[in-house]
Write a new protein. Structure first.
Lengths: 211, 113
């Protein structure tokens, strides 16, 4: 996977290595990764255009994506825009279980995008949840495309999509690796439980400060 | 009535301030389950695995493997074992590697052995 990313020349794989404390590379590599990360941030300008790609979804993910433009979520305030053409897109938002009949169209869409480019797998289908691989579907988007960010949910709510997009452009840190999904144990001291709203401010200010 | 709607009527602004501030509607979202590991034995785990429609759960010896990425938050596991499984309340689930989504939940050891 990382080799494939390197050949694509988008540098996103390296950027991620710098972002995650677990996969810290020694010395020079780390500095290089930081350089690449800054270059990606500069090139995207923290504002980017999104092309959605439906690879056989039931269209509920699309409904939630459409809601991102509604007044309550107002995607544009964060610098994200939808574009009808992959040639104008920086980020490919893929929904559905990647049906095999869509192979050529998916590859052409990805190739038509200018680099650096990001791929976001959206929804449980795209992550391999609902349809196992068979004669008709690949079962997951990362079978075909080099995915950078995964957004689970069936469907992911607009808030979850917003968080995923902000993770994709490094404006928020991902949280899921720190979650244990166990209850009643002291894994996380103030475990937000049963119906309690996860009342937690976004981590944007800290990330903004470091760059 | 959601708070944002009332706020919007009062001030004429309906837009959420997420991510700078938490969004009040987040409390109503369906969220993946959190498991009470102290209450999960092999039999209950196998029942949860059987009831999951999206292959998000499987049992590997003494460990229940939960793939959050595959979870559709349908709530069937919570219905099957209301005491041991509850909503986690987490909706900010985007991840940057597929392996981050696979969670291992240690089960109670088998009594017979």
């Amino acid at each position: 996977m990382s080799a494939r990313r390197a050949t694509l020349g988008d540098g996103s794989g390296t950027r991620r290595a710098a972002a995650s404390p677990a996969g810290r590379a020694p010395g020079g590599e780390e500095a290089l990764a930081e350089q690449v990360r800054q270059r990606v941030a500069r090139q995207f300008g923290r504002s980017l255009h999104i092309r959605t790609l439906d690879t056989g979804s039931c269209a509920v993910c699309e409904q939630e994506i459409r809601l991102l433009g509604a007044p309550h979520y107002d995607l544009h305030r964060l610098g994200f825009f939808f574009t009808p053409a992959p040639r104008h897109a920086d980020l490919l938002m893929v929904t559905g279980p990647m049906i095999r009949a869509f192979d050529v169209a998916a590859r052409k869409t990805y190739q038509a995008m200018p680099g650096p480019k990001l791929v976001v797998a959206t929804g449980a289908c795209a992550l391999g949840g609902v349809y196992p691989a068979d004669a008709f579907v690949h079962g997951a988007v990362d079978e075909i495309l080099p995915v950078d960010v995964w957004i689970p949910g069936c469907p992911p709510s607009p808030l979850a999509l917003l968080q995923g997009l902000l993770v994709a452009v490094d404006r928020l840190a991902e949280k899921v690796s720190g979650l244990t999904f166990t209850a009643g144990e002291a894994a996380r001291p103030p475990a937000p439980m049963a119906g309690a709203p996860p009342a937690r401010p976004g981590e944007a200010p800290a990330r903004e400060a470091e760059s | 009535m959601p708070l944002w709607f009332a706020r919007g009527l009062r001030r004429g602004i309906v837009t959420t301030r997420y991510p700078a501030r938490p969004d009040s509607s987040a409390a109503d979202l369906p969220t993946p389950p959190a498991f009470r590991a102290g209450m999960l034995d092999h039999r209950l785990a196998d029942r949860l695995v059987a009831v999951c429609p999206s292959q998000a759960l499987h049992r590997d010896g003494d460990v229940l493997v939960f793939d959050v990425g595959r979870c559709t938050t349908c709530g069937r596991c919570q219905e099957a074992a209301p005491g041991a499984v509850r909503p986690s309340g987490e909706f900010e689930l985007a991840g940057t590697s597929r392996a981050q989504f696979v969670k291992k939940i240690r089960l109670l050891p088998e009594a017979g052995r």
